[in-house]
Ligand binder design. Structure first.
Ligand code: 5GP
Ligand code: ZN
Length: 128
């Protein structure tokens, strides 16, 4: 059965019920530009099915999990960062500042990034 949460903003994007700047779509995932980009390239890759977080993935979701990772290369190529490099980030849970409860990989690139990835204080995406 296809999982869907009618209240979930990313389910609505997957269903085309609210607009997003789409980059790529196949039978398993859709990728679109983040509304509040943190870098010149900031895309989100989400499964079409509603799965709340990485911690909710099960062995039965292995195809979906693989499709999210496989989409990264396609999205990187389409956004022009395949050669320059990019980072794939899954925020999972409160400490990681996950704010949308539908698995999403952030694909970030187009600038040189720091490491380790955390800021010195807690900041939500898009805030200074
Ligand atoms: P999280 O904080 O859960 O790791 O990331 C959620 C991301 O979704 C944030 O970077 C935020 O900017 C993005 N986002 C939230 N709502 C929308 C929306 O309606 N459209 C798009 N394109 N991005 C969104
Ligand atoms: Zn959802």
């Amino acid at each position: 059965m296809t999982r869907h949460d009618p209240e979930c903003i990313f389910c609505k994007i997957a269903a085309g019920q609210i607009p997003a700047k789409l980059i790529y779509r196949n039978d398993h995932v859709v990728a679109f530009h983040d509304l509040n980009p943190t870098a010149p390239v900031h895309a989100l890759i989400i499964p079409l099915e509603h799965i709340a977080s990485l911690s909710d993935l099960t062995a039965g979701d292995s195809e979906i999990a693989a499709e999210i990772l496989l989409a990264a290369r396609v999205v990187a190529e389409k956004t022009g960062v395949l050669e320059s490099g990019y980072r794939l980030v899954f925020n999972n849970g409160a400490d990681a500042l996950q704010s949308v409860g539908h698995i999403h990989a952030h694909l970030i690139g187009g600038k040189t990034m720091g490491w380790p990835p955390f800021a010195g204080r807690e900041v939500a995406h898009g805030e200074e």
